[in-house]
Write a protein that binds this ligand. Structure first.
Ligand SMILES: C[S@@+](CC[C@H](N)C(=O)[O-])C[C@H]1O[C@@H](n2cnc3c(N)ncnc32)[C@H](O)[C@@H]1O
Length: 407
């Protein structure tokens, strides 16, 4: 195809940026030519060009081998010509110029997904073709629900969340995602709220440890692109296996395959520089007494730390106990734990080591999620104990009283 030839010519003459622009046009133009030589050539050229680093590695610029998946239908006819590992920038700060341009226009380059599929697996994933997500069941399978919603969001031109790794995971895991019904913006918005809460804590505790309980297939670490932070990821064994198979090993990330309720993980944390705990999408699946005693133990163990979690109202929890059918093919697992705004406000009285509680607003999104009137209605006294909420708890420090309250 002429565009691919032009890309090759510019690459050979050292004009990499120009070459990339032609290559991306070639990929876009061959979008409906799957399985053809033209398509393969366009993808191969794009993959080859994407390996040409145009920024130095160093502070703020990291290039990391990505989890890739190779399907026979996407393999280039000349795989030997492709680079051995795929490298894609992780954060906006370390994007290629072409990706930045696309980011301005529409967040994720339309060829990125195809590129991820077209490039060979990095050595540590050798042998990986495509991972079947059906190996997850029960609560663990719900991580595919939230992953799908973040990835679908991240691929939108008007996405609220930049989450290339979610897109990669989503595309590497084969699963009947349709069983979760229509994608919802609540999960990406919740993820964004968590990013902001962690960033806020790290602003005052730059050397803190972040602990992600029930981390599932969250990709928060890469979204934050903060390699100086120690990160502890805790989830059940089946999910951890998937994480380890698909996400790059990071020197500062420790992953533990165990229940968040098993207090052994607390011993892996050095509390000296502060601790931020996230329990995104986890507590609702646990029993009330388990959740409250876990919060109390964390608060006592990590004075000055913070805990982020989300919760559902009682009526919704009860509905899941009766069997909440999301679609004909999927019934959500029971969610026995509920917590309302009023109950959250009482936590510091019930748990002495909890000093403060704040409700975090869901960031603005699209449609109803950007409506101020909708938000005002959700905050009416009669409504606010009947809707989900995001909570940020502050743990007491000896001698300091945090007076943050739910407003
Ligand atoms: C709804 S998913 C949320 C995943 C991720 N935090 C997110 O927001 O995308 C629930 C996660 O909790 C994990 N999980 C369930 N019970 C757990 C437990 N007792 N200890 C640790 N993780 C648990 C599941 O394996 C799953 O990954």
């Amino acid at each position: 195809m002429a565009l691919t030839t032009l890309a090759q010519a510019h690459r050979l003459s050292g004009e990499t940026d120009k070459a990339l622009r032609y290559a991306e046009r070639a990929v876009a133009a061959s979008d409906n030519l799957h399985g053809t030589q033209a398509r393969s050539d366009a993808l191969a050229e794009y993959a080859r060009l994407s390996q040409v680093p145009r920024r130095k590695s160093g502070a703020g610029h990291r290039w990391v081998a990505g989890p890739t998946t190779v399907e026979p239908s996407h393999l280039s006819p000349s795989p030997g010509l492709l680079p051995r590992a795929s490298f894609l920038p992780l954060a906006t700060s370390c994007r290629t110029d072409v990706e930045k341009t696309w980011a301005k226009r529409g967040r994720v380059h339309p060829a990125v997904a195809t590129f991820v599929q077209a490039t060979p697996v990095p050595p540590r994933h050798a042998g990986t073709v495509r991972i079947n997500g059906e190996q997850l069941d029960g609560v663990s399978a719900t991580t595919l629900w939230t992953l799908r919603n973040r990835a679908v969001e991240a691929r939108r031109p008007d996405a609220v969340l930049d989450d290339l790794w979610a897109v990669r995971l989503y595309e590497a895991i084969s699963y009947d995602y349709e069983r979760f019904g229509a994608p919802s913006q609540t999960h990406p918005l919740r993820a964004l709220a968590l990013d902001r809460a962690i960033t806020g804590y790290l602003a005052t505790h730059p050397k803190a440890t972040v602990i992600a309980l029930g981390e599932g297939l969250q990709t928060t670490y890469w979204r934050l692109a903060n390699p100086t932070v120690d990160w502890l990821s805790v989830d059940l064994a089946a999910v951890v296996r998937l994480r380890e198979a698909l996400l790059p090993a990071e020197p500062r990330v420790t992953t533990l395959a165990m229940s968040a309720l098993d207090r052994a993980w607390l011993d892996h944390v050095d509390p000296a520089n502060g601790v931020f705990i996230s329990a995104e999408g986890l507590f609702m699946y646990l029993d009330r007494t388990e959740v409250l005693s876990l919060i109390a133990d964390c608060a006592e163990r990590f004075p000055g730390g913070q805990l982020f979690f989300d919760s559902l109202p009682k009526w919704f929890s009860e509905r899941t106990l009766r069997g909440y059918r999301l679609t004909d093919r999927y019934t959500a697992p029971p969610m026995p734990f509920s917590l309302t705004v009023s109950e959250a406000a009482r936590l510091p009285r019930e748990l002495p080591a909890v000093a403060g509680v704040r409700e975090l607003p869901l960031p603005y999104g699209r449609g109803v999620w950007k409506s101020r009137s909708f938000r005002a209605v959700m905050n009416l006294p009669v409504v606010r104990d009947r809707r989900p909420m995001l909570t940020l708890l502050s743990f007491a420090r000896p001698g300091v009283r945090d007076r943050g309250l739910v407003d």
